[in-house]
Design a protein. Structure first.
Length: 224
């Protein structure tokens, strides 16, 4: 049994933001959730890595623009050194470079600071359960970028493998439409655990790196 399962069902969270006026109230509010323990607050990526090393930590709520080490580099380091720790980005920035940089570095969720407390806690819980959450603004931005790339002249993208099941194609299409795992489960009347299994199989068969790549592949294949 894992240390997390043995010790507590509460999620151990690090809140990272260089502004104390944001970091401290956010940590206080999250700490009110019955299943979340804020175990550390960090002002930069270096402090995040130190907090995780001192651990244990389940989820990092990560700002992107921080001194010393920014959120994208900190996410990349965490993905390499502590792959068991999930990163949820919470930032004011929703540009292509920030979104794709964070997701490419391994972030499991991406929210803008327009997100409410319930949205943030939901994303933390989803990340702790191995799921991905992108807020609507980020999903729309990814879709627009992927569609622009898919329609641009140039060599065709990688085709999908022939051995995808109809359900896996259906799941990919719904990812391409911007649905979360929960949204896919509700749409298909299946459990989130089953959705996760389909996504794992789909990603392995199609050599899809992350959710952003899945959106691009769905649009390139005409599924979204």
């Amino acid at each position: 049994m894992s240390e997390r399962a043995e010790s507590t069902a509460r999620l151990r969270v690090v809140v990272a933001d260089d502004q104390a006026a944001v970091r401290e109230p956010l940590a206080a509010v999250l700490g009110l959730a019955e299943d979340i323990d804020v175990v550390a607050a960090a002002a930069d990526g270096g402090e995040v890595l130190a907090a995780v090393a001192a651990g244990p930590v389940d989820v990092v709520l990560m700002d992107l623009r921080m001194p010393v080490m920014d959120g994208i580099e900190a996410t990349r380091r965490l993905t390499e050194e502590h792959p068991e720790v999930a990163v949820v980005v919470l930032t004011t920035f929703a540009d292509d470079e920030s979104i794709l940089g964070a997701l490419g570095a391994g972030a499991r969720g991406y929210l803008t600071k327009n997100a409410g407390r319930q949205d943030i806690t939901r994303a933390i819980r989803a990340a702790g359960a191995g799921q991905s959450v992108l807020d609507r603004e980020v999903q729309n931005r990814l879709l627009a970028t992927a569609r622009a790339k898919a329609s641009a002249p140039g060599p065709a993208g990688r085709p999908l493998p022939d051995d995808l099941t109809p359900r896996e194609r259906e799941v990919l299409a719904l990812i391409g439409q911007g649905l979360s795992n929960r949204g896919i489960a509700e749409k298909l009347f299946i459990s989130e655990a089953t959705v996760k299994t389909h996504i794992n199989n789909l990603f392995a068969k199609s050599h899809i790196r992350d959710r952003a790549d899945a959106v691009r592949r769905a649009i390139g294949a005409g599924l979204a």
